[in-house]
Design a protein around this ligand. Structure first.
Ligand code: SF4
Ligand code: FES
Length: 372
């Protein structure tokens, strides 16, 4: 089991595909150190093995070292998911001493100008490059996470080369999934079918070429798929998401689905929420399914796909994910993707809206980092 701990929604970057909700939780609502530590101990007792410290940008929390130390004491394998721009050597060394084992660094592109434009943060890519060197020097495991879309996908070869050069053990090539800010920016991000096909070929060839050097995970783009992905490994099956204010979600986008009740770790034990919370029970297993999922031979393979996407596109979270070829909305979804991909991309709507930036318009002003 894994726990995704969104320590904060604050972030110095403003990526237009951010999976945080459009209504970001402010610093004043965040759980304090002691509550997070208690949540981690509860998680370990519940059987959680892997802790993903996420955000926003988790390093804006000045108590991150204490949170990491508690996770290590509780026996959790701790992965820091970071944009990397706020970390320096001394802080990273201290995190390693306190028990951090793995760093997952996101990159926006390998072209520095385009990377900084997507992140809306001047100098971000240079800092990420420096951080990779530090991670390897300190001896932590490194994964590079590369969300890909129409505005960086043509440099996928370069992204793979970058991961090898940086000494990463794993690269996640993740086609953007359209929830949260990514849904709001879908027309600016949607790749063409030709780009997608080419990316699959590049990943396949790189996996063969780099066997034993780099593991490449590949998240396929839903809108051009035949079958949906088992989103979150199935609702309420192995992932718990705790928001900065302590709400416990079956997935990071679950708040987009109306009618779900999200319990809070301030009010109830984590185990009770996981086992009996209304939001978890609503779509756990297969009993909630309607046709075509109910009688489908793949229902325990993909668990009906993504509930959030089913609601966003079909207006019914219990419907088959429209990414599925059996969904009555599938052809509409594919047509929508092809239509959006064929038009010039609109300007990004950054996650903290500032002045819009047109594609190729150059490096934006630096976004100010927020302190806790
Ligand atoms: Fe999955 Fe439902 Fe499609 Fe079957 S019909 S493949 S269970 S989404
Ligand atoms: Fe919520 Fe897929 S993003 S179930």
């Amino acid at each position: 089991m894994g726990l995704l701990a969104e320590l904060t929604h604050r972030c110095p970057l403003q990526c237009p595909y951010c999976s945080n909700p459009l209504g970001l939780e402010g610093a004043g609502t965040e759980l304090d150190t002691g509550t997070w530590q208690d949540v981690l101990r509860q998680a370990a007792r519940l059987g959680v093995l892997q802790l993903h410290l996420s955000g926003g940008e988790p390093t804006v929390r000045r108590d991150l070292e204490d949170i990491v130390a508690t996770a290590a004491e509780a026996g959790l394998y701790t992965n820091l998911i970071t944009a990397g721009v706020l970390l320096n050597r001394s802080r990273l060394e201290e995190l390693a001493v306190r028990g951090l084992e793995h760093v997952q660094l996101s990159i926006q592109d390998v072209d520095p100008v385009n990377a900084d434009r997507i992140a809306h943060y001047d100098g971000a890519h240079r800092k990420k490059r420096e951080l990779c060197g530090l991670v390897r020097e300190i001896g932590l495991a490194l994964t590079i996470n590369a969300p890909v879309h129409r505005q960086n996908l043509d440099r996928l070869d370069g992204i793979i080369d970058f991961a090898v050069e940086m000494g990463a053990g794993r690269l996640e090539v993740a086609h953007v999934q359209y929830y949260g800010w990514a849904l709001a920016n879908r027309a600016a991000l949607m790749p063409t079918r030709a780009q997608v096909m080419r990316s699959m070929q590049i990943v396949q060839q790189a996996r063969e070429r780099l066997r034993g050097i780099l593991v490449i995970d590949f998240v396929v783009p839903d809108y051009y798929a035949t079958w949906p992905k088992p989103c979150m490994g199935g609702w309420g099956r192995g992932i718990i998401n705790v928001t900065p204010s302590g709400k416990v979600l079956p997935c990071h986008a679950a708040e987009t689905i109306p009618g779900l009740i999200f319990d809070n770790v301030r009010d109830k034990p984590l185990a009770e929420i996981w086992l009996h919370g209304q939001a978890f029970e609503k779509f756990r297993g297969t009993e909630w399914m309607i046709e075509p999922c109910r009688s489908c031979e793949r229902r325990e393979i993909d668990w009906g796909g993504c509930r959030c996407q089913a609601f966003a596109i079909a207006g019914n979270a219990a419907a088959a994910d429209p990414a599925c070829v059996k969904s009555s909305r599938h052809e509409e979804l594919v047509a929508l993707a092809e239509r959006e991909a064929s038009r010039p991309p609109p300007a990004f709507s950054y996650r903290r809206p500032r002045k819009p930036t047109s594609p190729g318009a150059g490096t934006p002003d630096k976004a100010p980092a927020e302190g806790p």
